[in-house]
Design a protein around this ligand. Structure first.
Ligand SMILES: O=c1ccn([C@@H]2O[C@H](COP(=O)(O)OP(=O)(O)O[C@H]3O[C@@H](CO)[C@H](O)[C@H]3O)[C@@H](O)[C@H]2O)c(=O)[nH]1
Ligand SMILES: [Mn+2]
Length: 352
């Protein structure tokens, strides 16, 4: 079978380890283009398994390409992945971590996670009314009795959030008290997260429509030099959900699963997450109450408005939020620069 939407997808991988996991994904990823963000020491040479089509950026490349704007891209945190979203020219992004492997469905068949994400993204979402049989557009399902006919066309899907077998995406305190917990439950469902409901977005197995929501998929300033780490995907998830709700786009969660073989250390994670564990109790109410003016009609405009409101409402918590709001503005400036047709050549350090 021909690979689905071959020319319209980039796979973005942040890595501070190795890319050996790609061997496991070869049958599914080889037809697609990879954007690899090498985090940490830029002098380290990382090997990309033979046969993959890729471009690779290390910190020196990011600094050279973005100049002063490079300070909006995190160092020593998986948040660096959003540089790949910025330089991509494709409609769809699939992003995955380097400690994730192909999972099996209950029949023992290998799951093609990317294919399921593309299926989710190319079919509508239903954020305004919940369908009790979950995704009505899946084969074998439909809208149940009592579902408003006026809403059955759905809305465009902007985000597809996949899940994880084996090691779940727990915060450090939960990991510490449940070191042996493993997720063995495969739930065969895809559902739209209702309008007005936030969720903890994990970037381990995530796909999105870059044209609809790319500017809102900014992973913040985390890691080296920052008081917080590992809240990158949470921040992007809250921002992008608010933007999707405002613009009338859908966010789905559920299938596909992959197999996460956790490589991060919960004690190290606790140090990185510590402030976030407190701050999230104020960040979330901010996102729950934020409203965007009707004049904001695209993701860039929404995101700049969010930056303004975040500075005003979250700034009093800690000076970090002032810097984060400034970085959000820099990100949009970079997005506009890179997403105008004349500025497409980034000269990555390697390509195949
Ligand atoms: O400094 C770093 C640390 C990590 N990376 C790369 O980022 C991904 C995820 O890292 P890791 O597997 O260590 O993290 P987990 O706790 O298992 O995963 C979740 O944490 C999230 C928050 O960052 C992440 O999105 C979740 O999936 C790997 O590819 C690392 O190599 C990095 O580039 N720099
Ligand atoms: Mn991991």
């Amino acid at each position: 079978m021909a690979p689905i939407l071959k020319g319209e997808v980039d796979i973005v991988i942040p890595t501070i380890r190795s890319l050996n996991f790609l061997e496991n994904w070869r049958p599914f990823f080889e037809p697609y283009h990879l954007i690899i963000i090498q985090d940490g020491d830029p002098t380290k040479v990382i090997k990309v398994p033979e046969g993959f089509d890729y471009e690779l950026y290390n910190r020196n490349d990011i600094n050279r390409i973005l100049g002063p704007k490079a300070n909006c891209i995190s160092f020593k945190d998986g948040a660096c992945r959003c540089f790949g979203f910025l330089v991509s020219k494709k409609k769809f992004i699939y992003t995955i971590d380097d400690d994730c492997f192909v999972a099996k469905d209950p029949t023992g068949k290998d799951i093609n996670a990317l294919a399921q994400h593309l299926e989710n993204l190319t079919k509508p979402s239903t954020p305004y009314f919940f369908n009790t049989l979950y995704d009505p557009y899946r084969e074998g399902a439909d809208f149940v009795r009592g579902y408003p006919f006026s809403l059955r066309a759905g809305v465009p899907t902007a985000v597809s959030h996949g899940l994880w077998l084996n090691i779940p995406d727990y915060d450090a305190p939960t990991q510490l008290v449940k070191p042996l917990e493993r997720n063995k439950t495969y739930v065969d469902a895809v559902m739209t997260i209702p309008k007005g409901t936030l969720y903890p977005m994990c970037a381990m197995n995530l796909a999105f429509n870059r044209e609809l929501v790319g500017p809102a998929m900014y992973f913040g300033i985390m890691g080296d030099g920052q008081p917080i780490g590992r809240y990158d995907d949470m921040w992007a998830g809250w921002c992008s959900k608010v933007v999707c709700d405002h613009l009338g786009y859908g966010v789905k969660t559920g299938l596909p699963y992959l197999w996460h073989s956790k490589a991060s250390n919960p004690f190290v994670n606790l140090k990185k997450e510590f402030k976030g564990l407190f701050w999230q109790e104020e960040m979330i109410p901010f996102f729950q109450s934020v409203t965007l003016p009707k004049e904001c009609t695209n993701a860039q405009q929404c995101y700049l408005e969010l930056a303004k409101q975040a500075k005003e409402k979250l700034g009093p918590i800690d000076p970090y939020f002032h810097n984060l709001a400034d970085a959000m503005v820099t990100w949009i400036e970079a997005w506009e620069e890179f997403n105008t047709p004349a500025k497409s050549n980034t000269n990555s350090s390697e390509s195949a």
